[in-house]
Ligand binder design. Structure first.
Ligand SMILES: [Zn+2]
Length: 421
């Protein structure tokens, strides 16, 4: 019997399923599934084991992953991403210090890889032939790459004309079949659910609990980088809410196994035009989650109105005493440019974190880590438009290029010194 099982998180259900049951949601009530260990882990010596273990930044923490040691894994050497001190971003947030954990430094340039290595490993273990996902772009790129490594056929369903060229280019180059659908991400998500019945198909959407297992190891890696000193705040962008869900689970497991003695407050930052979770959070009773039918933001990675993982994210925010806030398109654009000036660079969705931290009014004695989710090169159109004073918000408003840095046309390089004087 496996040491792990799948467990429905709905409080009034709690159904349990075999680890390898091909399920995406609870077959009894439709609730989200968590992967749980049946017995406690003896974590006494794990810090030392992990410190010296080389290889994938996800599988280094395999004691907390639901696989036996002899399972063939599908890996591109994901994880082991840098944790940067960001001086300019800290100044911008009026803090003495700010650390940025850059998940954009994964093999396909986004945080999705840490979950995908685990989900595609499970797909192969189950004998799937076709892996499928709906995506705003980063998931598509990531799944396409891992499917190629695993020799699996890969189908991607994306909202037509709404995915950045860079992300689409990645999926095509890794050999995925890309299908464009009329509508937005939420439409794509609805459509692929119909494929779940087919035995040879494995769905790798963020609802897939195995992805969360991989993504939770980022909490482990982060704690190792911080020498196991828990930060006061962890700030993540909020779109489909898989990130906040995964960090919540990771920190909870670290706490339960005695590897940390408290959890950071997990704060989720959404774009104002795509903020159903923030709306839910701001309600007094937190009773009904209302999807946003028309999410709008230039930060395409978080342009999601029906986040499938909201219950897990809510659990993470509630358990850690965090919060959910929104930032405007202008705030995202400016924060992104500031992060760039730290020599780091990220995609627009990632910049919600720094924009959010600036707004939160965090006490300067408190430590903060922001999670950047995607690489700068994921959306270069956005960057060029911002720096050329040409960035238009979804509602048609021209955004100010507060930190704009347009290219300058010159006749001769002799003028360069004059211009820069
Ligand atoms: Zn259930």
């Amino acid at each position: 019997m496996s040491k792990y099982l799948q467990h429905c998180i709905a409080p009034d259900c709690g159904a349990e399923f075999d680890l390898d049951a091909r399920l995406y949601v609870c077959s009894r009530c439709g609730g989200l599934l968590d992967i749980e260990r049946r017995e406690a882990i003896d974590a006494t010596s794990l810090r030392d084991v992990w410190r010296t273990r080389r290889g994938s930044g996800v599988w280094r923490f395999r004691e907390f992953l639901p696989f036996s040691d002899d399972t063939p894994i599908v890996s591109l050497g994901e994880g082991n991403t840098p944790l940067y001190d960001a001086r300019r971003s800290a100044d911008y947030c009026r803090l003495p210090q700010l650390k940025l954990k850059h998940q954009g430094c994964n093999p396909t340039g986004s945080f999705k890889d840490t979950g995908m290595t685990v989900a595609v490993t499970q797909a192969r273990k189950l004998g799937a032939r076709l892996v499928v996902c709906a995506s705003t772009g980063n998931t598509a790129a990531s799944l396409a790459a891992y499917a190629a490594r695993a020799d699996l056929t890969c189908a991607i369903v994306v909202p037509g004309g709404q995915v950045s060229h860079a992300k689409l280019a990645q999926a095509l180059d890794y050999g995925a079949k890309v299908f464009e659908v009329e509508g937005n991400f939420d439409t794509c998500m609805d459509q692929i659910r119909e494929l779940a019945e087919d035995e040879s198909v494995y769905l790798v959407n963020s609802i897939n609990p195995f992805r969360i297992e991989g993504q939770k190891t980022v909490a482990f890696e982060l704690m190792e980088q911080l020498e196991w000193r828990v930060p006061d705040h962890l700030v993540v962008p909020g779109g489909n809410l898989g990130n906040s869900s995964a960090f919540g689970k990771g920190f909870r497991e670290l706490l339960e196994s005695g590897l940390i003695d408290r959890q950071p407050k997990i704060t989720v930052v959404q774009a104002e035009g795509a903020a159903p979770f923030a709306k839910f959070y701001s309600e007094d009773e937190h009773e009904s989650f209302v999807n946003d039918e028309h999410p709008e933001t230039l930060a395409s990675a978080i342009k999601i109105g029906a986040p499938v993982s909201w219950q897990k994210a809510w659990r993470a925010v509630r358990e850690t005493g965090g919060s959910v806030i929104t930032v405007t398109e202008q705030e995202i654009a400016d924060a992104k440019a500031v992060i760039g000036r730290d020599g780091i660079g990220c995609e627009p969705a990632s910049a919600t974190t720094v924009a959010g931290i600036r707004k939160l009014g965090i006490n300067e004695n408190e430590s903060v880590v922001a999670v950047l989710t995607g690489h700068l090169l994921k959306d270069t159109d956005y960057v060029m438009n911002y720096h050329s004073h040409n960035l238009i918000a979804p509602d048609g408003t021209a955004l100010a290029s507060t930190f704009g840095n347009a290219p300058i046309r010159i006749q001769s390089v002799k003028s360069v010194a004059d211009i820069l004087r």
